[in-house]
Write a protein that binds this ligand. Sequence first.
Ligand code: ZN
Length: 351
Amino acid sequence: MKLIAELDNLADAFAAELAGVASAAEAESLRNVRLGRKGDLAALMNRLPELPAEERPAFGKAANAVKERLNRLLEDRLAAFRAEAEDASLSRFDPTLPGRMPERGSLHPITLVMEEICGILNNLGFETVYGPEVETDFHNFGALNFPDDHPARDMQDTLFIAEGIVMRTHTSPMQVRAMLERKKPPVAVIAPGKVYRRDYDLTHSPMFHQIEGLLVDENISLAHLRGVLTHFLREFFGADVKLRFRPSFFPFTEPSVEVDMSCLICRGSGRREDGKGGEDGCRVCKGTGWLEILGAGMVDPAVFAAVGFDPACAGFAFGLGVERVAMLKYGIDDLRMFFENDLRFLGQFVK
Ligand SMILES: [Zn+2]
């Protein structure tokens, strides 16, 4: 039984070698050399014809038993390597370390300012309405009493989509839409949203935000406009803010006013902290003590006529630039900060 003896030798050698391997990879290569299809055990089994016929079944049985046993030894060893690797990785895991918090997003400062403004005006009874950013010439200009040759219709200012279709240049078309929808007074709406012009520099962006206000009812006067704007600006900027109206011109209001508020930095004095006044005074208001904040006026009878309201109606309208208001509130001097999406900037407004 020479072959049987070699079988035992092979099994002993394999067991000794397996005890000496240092890694799962080494164990695998040992499996190939000893137990693989071209390995030592296979070579031994190929010598079966050397045996007398009556011994062959016993040898075949013994060889298969050895193969099975050695494979089991090898699997145990591989399992031991896997368990070791798992222990090692667990020992590197420190359950006492603090977790990593996911970063929290925040609303954009323009959104925050719009929400705050709308909130104040909603409390006065104005309803928030929204409308399309692509407008007809009728809603954006015609019904708002812009003559056909008004410079705002020029290619320089307006982005045209097609003949008679524009990107709205202001939120005022929402006055027209609100009155057409309500059909008669009273109308009290505010319309926040994006507007578009061909313009880009430190203080102008081709897309920016406005909030439009419109109140139409009986016996409305400039005094009501002044009351609403005073309340709004004091709620938003502080109780000591003063207002002044300057005569101005807009096609859709008559009379029209430019509304200034007292400077937030010098409190309307126009002077610097060291007392210097005039042109050398406060940098923010350029020594005047006043900041332009919005445009407004009494709705022009021509607008009422265009939407089918009795031209004897009375109402006021106002429009303000949200970026302008946000810059004043937060002391930001470059409009482009709002549109560059720098998280270090945007993260400062988290509420
Ligand atoms: Zn000032």
